[in-house]
Ligand binder design. Structure first.
Ligand SMILES: Cc1ncc(C[n+]2csc(CCOP(=O)(O)OP(=O)(O)O)c2C)c(N)n1
Ligand code: SF4
Ligand SMILES: [Mg+2]
Length: 292
């Protein structure tokens, strides 16, 4: 009982309750992600004063506005670019970028592949609801084949991206996928990824009740949770090529797929310049730490 009350107090402390009610539609999965993220911060005993959350634009990207920790609401698609700048300017920060599939992998796709390639030390959480929710349900690079969107009234015929595979191929050190149904695994995964050094990526399949589900007559939020539950297969360590989810008839492969070590951007940079510039190289450790 005491533990439950303690958690409730801590959760409330991390929420900007004066901003409630939130903007999300009833049954939307984004609230589940916010809840899991805050629980993971508490359980991992991460100092919230050393965390900065960068978000772009979209329903998901509104998440930083409800957290009582340093948050930035960026231009569309630039959450990772901004998080990169934050991390380089203050290496002591744990930077987290949270956003939708459109924000991170359509307009922001370029920033995504390069942040992973450079192994920038950040946690990226992408809520994949298979469409652009905020702007009216347009098809995204994640829309499943034959599913409709405002810009695909007869259904999409394009191949959707396999996000875990892209992150893996670009060099992410941690890659996982869960759904809004897998709350416990999601929280544990976020906890683990918060401790990881380097580019960590977690994709979360989530329900956009008002647009993607309604337009496609896939049912209400609860029906989509049942769909996630019934069609998911947990395959920790699976080859990310197996994580393809091209159509609603495919199985949803979830789990932790990648967990490896490689030097992050700063370690590589310091190592390289230390070698070529020797004593002339001044390592930058942050605004208060570096003496020039
Ligand atoms: C430069 C620019 N282009 C387009 C938009 C319009 N816009 C805002 S959010 C968004 C897509 C949001 O989709 P997603 O990132 O998947 O988030 P969701 O709402 O689904 O959570 C778009 C196209 C914008 N704000 N800025
Ligand atoms: S439009 Fe979709 S993604 Fe946006 S809040 Fe509503 S249900 Fe959620
Ligand atoms: Mg989306």
């Amino acid at each position: 009982m005491t533990q439950t009350l303690e958690l409730k107090d801590k959760m409330e402390g991390l929420l900007r309750t004066n901003r409630l009610p939130h903007v999300w539609c009833s049954g939307c999965g984004i609230g589940i992600v916010l809840n899991s993220f805050l629980r993971a911060l508490i359980a991992s005993e991460t100092d919230e004063n050393k965390v900065a959350v960068s978000c772009g634009i979209g329903c998901t990207a509104r998440i930083s506005g409800y957290m009582n920790i340093d948050g930035f609401h960026m231009t569309h698609g630039r959450a990772l670019a901004f998080a990169t700048g934050l991390k380089l300017a203050n290496p002591a920060l744990k930077t987290v970028a949270i956003g939708g599939d459109g924000d991170m992998i359509a307009i922001g796709g370029n920033h995504f592949i390069h942040a992973a390639r450079r192994n920038i030390d950040m946690l990226v959480i992408c809520v994949n609801n298979f469409n652009y929710g905020m702007t009216g349900g347009q098809a995204a690079p994640t829309t499943t084949k034959e599913s409709c969107g405002t810009t695909a009234p007869y259904g999409s015929f394009e191949n959707p991206f396999n996000l875990p595979f892209i992150a893996d191929a670009c060099g992410a050190v941690y890659v996982a996928r869960w759904t809004a149904f897998h709350v416990r695994q999601l929280q544990l995964s976020i906890q683990e990824a918060l401790k990881k050094k380097g580019f960590s990526f977690i994709e979360i399949f989530s329900q956009c009740t008002e647009l993607f589900l309604r337009k496609n007559k896939y049912g209400a939020g609860l029906d989509e949770m049942k769909f996630f539950k019934q069609n998911s297969v947990i395959k920790n360590g699976a080859d990310t090529r197996e994580a393809e989810f091209n159509s609603r008839n495919d199985k949803i492969v979830v789990g932790k797929f990648v967990d490896r070590e490689r030097p992050d951007f700063k370690e590589s940079m310091d190592g390289y310049f230390g070698k070529v510039l020797k004593d002339k190289f001044i390592r930058y450790e942050g605004p208060l730490q570096t003496k020039i």
